[in-house]
Design a binder for this molecule. Structure first.
Ligand SMILES: Cc1cc2nc3c(=O)[nH]c(=O)nc-3n(C[C@H](O)[C@H](O)[C@H](O)COP(=O)(O)O)c2cc1C
Length: 310
């Protein structure tokens, strides 16, 4: 087939799950309710990722929980607010009705909780499980797990050894991210999602207090992007695993950089808050297709990790 006249092939697969193209949403940006799944499907994504579910419902923190930083990105400390694992089956069912692969984001404050949320999600028909090992602002639920490679191993092993559904480990920026990535893979993760938000804070100079009720939060959007590119690049260089790249993707160029660093799928989070998310997804896909054709490649996946070529 000529690559000049037709669209480039943007299809991919993550842990054996085929995707019609490389874009999915990032966890937490919608995805806690069935109607969110419908909205995300309407944006034209190839798969839907749920909000992180925990065993019990969590109300999260009191307001303010999210700040839009002008021309920069977002700072959030939502506190993993979610309706609890009981809501997972109906969210998964909506994904199935819409014919979209669905990845359930799994959280927990103990290994047993991760295993329980994972089993309910697998029984409900989830196509993939994404272990959130990297929430930066909820103690006992994230980065304090993911920055310790032995915790990463323990949680991933416990879930992967009982799960019939492929496990994807989501990690963030920590001193140990390469070791944690290695331990997740050793424990049975079939892919890695890199990266979660990074701890940051804003202070109100009139009230003289931190703005977020939680004092600090997780930074997302454009400032995260070059950091995500480096983490993906470093982990790909070390292990060449299947990687879902996430962090500050706002257009096709930022998505393409993550592909070249080593990502075979891409998540879009903060940028979905744009006025027209459907058009955003369409334009990222269009740009990627033109880019692949312009380079005279056929498939986007042929470009995965090419920035590592000597
Ligand atoms: C409001 C908000 C809520 C989030 N909630 C979750 C969550 O529940 N679980 C998770 O793994 N990541 C969560 N994230 C992190 C995103 O999935 C993603 O890793 C991060 O925002 C970087 O991508 P972006 O720059 O495209 O937003 C959240 C991000 C935002 C902005």
């Amino acid at each position: 087939m000529s690559t000049l006249s037709s669209e480039a092939d943007l299809s991919t697969a993550v842990a054996g799950v085929k995707l019609k193209h490389v874009l999915m949403n990032a966890s937490g940006v919608l995805g806690a309710l069935p109607e969110h799944v419908t909205r995300l499907a309407n944006y034209g994504l190839a798969a839907v990722v749920t909000k992180t579910f925990t065993k019990r419902p969590r109300e999260g923190y009191g307001p303010p929980i999210i700040l839009r930083l002008e021309n920069i990105g977002f700072l959030n400390a939502v506190g993993l607010a979610n309706p609890g694992v009981g809501a997972v089956p109906q969210v998964v069912r909506r994904g199935k009705e819409l014919g979209l692969p669905i990845m359930v984001s799994v959280g927990g404050s103990t290994v047993e909780e991760y295993v329980e949320v994972a089993s309910v999600s697998a029984d409900a028909g989830a196509d993939l499980l994404e272990l959130n090992l990297s929430c930066p602002h909820t103690m006992g639920y994230g980065l304090d797990v993911g920055s310790d490679p032995s915790n990463v191993f323990e949680v991933t092993k416990a879930v992967a050894s009982v799960s019939k559904v492929p496990v994807v480990a989501k990690l963030g920026l920590s001193d140990n991210y390469i070791k944690s990535a290695g331990k997740a893979l050793e424990a049975g993760a079939k892919a890695l999602t890199l990266i979660n938000t990074i701890r940051a804070m804003v202070i109100d100079v009139y009230s003289l207090r931190p703005v977020l009720s939680n004092v600090f939060g997780g930074l997302s959007g454009p400032p995260l992007h070059p950091i995500a590119v480096k983490v993906v690049y470093d982990v790909y260089r070390e292990f060449s695993p299947e990687i879902i790249g996430v962090g500050g993707v706002t257009n096709w160029v930022t998505a393409a950089e993550l592909v070249l660093a080593g990502a075979k799928a891409i998540q879009v989070g903060s940028a979905l808050s744009s006025n027209d998310p459907r058009e955003l997804i369409r334009s990222i896909l269009g740009g990627l297709s033109e880019w692949v054709k312009g380079l005279e490649y056929v498939r986007l996946t042929d470009l995965v990790g090419l920035a590592h070529r000597k």
